[in-house]
Design a binder for this molecule. Structure first.
Ligand SMILES: Cc1cc2nc3c(=O)[nH]c(=O)nc-3n(C[C@H](O)[C@H](O)[C@H](O)COP(=O)(O)OP(=O)(O)OC[C@H]3O[C@@H](n4cnc5c(N)ncnc54)[C@H](O)[C@@H]3O)c2cc1C
Length: 484
């Protein structure tokens, strides 16, 4: 009988540079399995991520099929499903790519214990990081707390291994009836919204899947990488790679990005200078740092990294929260960002910082409420990056921006969206205003407002908080936690 293996796909929805899949393929016929996790205690995916997942699985299934295999889909608690399938299909080897959040680690360990007890071999691999969290530490072996030394230590470990090619052929494992009975179609998972179908903007903006990720990387390396160091702060044009959802779902891995970036620069295919490439790779470094923080601080999504913030006097203000979520705060750059998020499931990094700062500081709303909204609406909602970034803006995180650094949304808009192109794209109702007032419509005189068809408080809101008042309140709140 052929050797029988099972590769459990999770956040590694690709064929290339997937060492766990390669190990399963090398072993024999493979049951390629995806389990939609609905029953374990892991954090459930948000709506936009579910949409991405559905499309990414569709692409993965087609790539597996083109190589002779089949993607088998199930739904439920993986802790029940994996041991049952392994036994019923007489699987000798189970492989997977490692995950680093506490819920997943606990789940994977429990499953491994059950499988090993039933004499099934389990092998896990790293597919999603340049360095696993425990590989980069201080000289005394402690976790790192500051990005610059973290990244220096990571770089000193040398280049990551070259990525593996995709398997040429995947031999499908014939499913016994008991396993067949547990399968379902991708459509049965009902991951995409129907009533209402809010995903039109997502469909227009994205091509999920391994091929879409490779195409985006290629476009970026031959386009926006040139000038990325400066350009990455500009939301008014496509200035970054937009690879975040693909990294989140493992349609592409950082080793592939690393080597492709290096070789594009060295071969002269990319016009960018080494400085732009270094800046880009250091952003991948921030992702690595976030995973390092999450691994050593398993409660990062729910608890302040800096416990001094536990007594911070947050306000519960559902009206303000809802205005922020719907992009109706009266501050154009903030509203544009939140509408971009709602439409595309993505937001430019500079604007993420501005909208998060506005919520946490000017509105004094707990960063966890913003994190939860992003979790539900981002296609790249990531257990490490989202939580670490929200805590970074709040000032409660590791190596965080100090709480007293409060972004002024008008100044930020003028600096990073100087002609107002970004704001006009997402807030058409104020598009007719002059550049001079596009970031502060309340300063427009009556005739400019009339000409642009803007009625403040009606077609577009007046500011929901005065910037000076909000800023002063935030600084007083901070002082109260210090006992100043
Ligand atoms: C409040 C807030 C919440 C965020 N939530 C998420 C999230 O849920 N998921 C997510 O992937 N990123 C998150 N980020 C980080 C960052 O905004 C996005 O990674 C970036 O905008 C994605 O666009 P890109 O792929 O074009 O980035 P590029 O500039 O092309 O960067 C390449 C990759 O590097 C990584 N990266 C870039 N910037 C950061 C950063 N500051 N921190 C960590 N990794 C980074 C991402 O994986 C990104 O795809 C958040 C930032 C803030 C301020």
């Amino acid at each position: 009988m052929t050797a029988r293996s099972l590769h459990w796909f999770r956040d590694d929805l690709r064929l290339a540079d997937n060492p766990a899949l390669a190990a399963a393929v090398a072993h024999g016929a493979v049951l390629c399995l995806y389990v939609f996790d609905e029953g374990s205690s892991r954090r459930q995916l948000g709506g936009a991520s579910r949409w991405w997942l559905a499309r990414s699985l569709k692409s993965l299934a087609a790539s597996i099929q083109a190589r002779g295999g089949e993607l088998v889909i199930m739904r439920g608690d993986p802790a029940d499903i994996l041991p049952r399938v392994a036994e019923a299909a007489d699987i000798a080897l189970v492989t997977w790519s490692r995950r680093y959040d506490a819920g997943s680690i606990a789940l994977d360990s429990a499953i491994k214990t059950k499988l090993v007890a039933a004499a099934t071999k389990v092998e896990s691999f790293n597919a999603s990081l340049l360095n696993e969290p425990w590989q980069v530490t201080t000289k005394t072996g402690d976790p790192m707390k500051v990005f610059t030394p973290y990244w220096r230590a990571a770089r000193e470990r040398g280049d990551p291994p070259a990525p593996l090619p995709a398997p040429v052929r995947i031999e499908a494992l014939k499913l016994p009836a008991a396993v067949q009975a547990m399968t379902m179609s991708l459509g049965d998972l009902a991951l995409e919204p129907s009533e209402p179908d809010w995903a039109g903007g997502l469909r227009d903006a994205w091509t999920p899947g391994e091929d879409g990720a490779a195409a985006r990387l290629h476009d970026f390396l031959t386009g926006q990488l040139d000038g990325y160091g400066e350009g990455r702060n500009r939301p008014d044009y496509v200035s970054t790679s937009r690879l975040s959802p693909s990294l989140r779902f493992g349609e592409i891995g950082p080793r592939q990005i690393w080597h492709a970036t290096r070789s594009a620069i060295e071969s002269g295919k990319a016009q960018a200078g080494a400085g732009d490439a270094e800046k880009f790779l250091s952003e991948i470094g921030w992702r690595e740092f976030s995973y390092h923080l999450l691994f050593y601080n398993p409660d990062l999504a729910t608890k302040n990294y800096n416990r001094r913030f536990d007594v911070f006097p947050w306000r519960q203000d559902d009206v303000a929260l809802s205005a922020w979520q719907r992009g109706r705060t009266g501050y154009p750059i903030v509203d544009a960002g939140l509408r971009e998020l709602w439409t595309m499931g993505w937001m430019h990094n500079r604007v993420r910082m501005i909208v998060a700062s506005f919520l946490i500081k000017h509105l004094l709303i707990d960063w966890r409420q913003g994190e939860a909204w992003f979790w539900d609406t981002l296609v790249d909602a990531d257990p490490a990056n989202n939580t670490a970034s929200w805590q970074w803006v709040a000032g409660s995180g590791a190596d965080a921006a100090p709480y007293y650094r409060i972004f002024n949304p008008v100044t930020q808009g003028l600096k990073f969206d100087p002609k107002g192109g970004y704001v006009r794209r997402w807030i058409p109702e104020i598009a007719g205003l002059d550049d001079s007032v596009i970031h502060e419509p309340w300063k427009a005189d009556a005739s400019s407002l009339r000409r642009a068809g803007v009625v403040l408080g009606d077609t577009y809101p007046r500011p929901i908080v005065d910037l000076d008042v909000g800023r002063k309140r935030a600084l007083e709140a901070l002082a109260s936690t210090r006992g100043d």
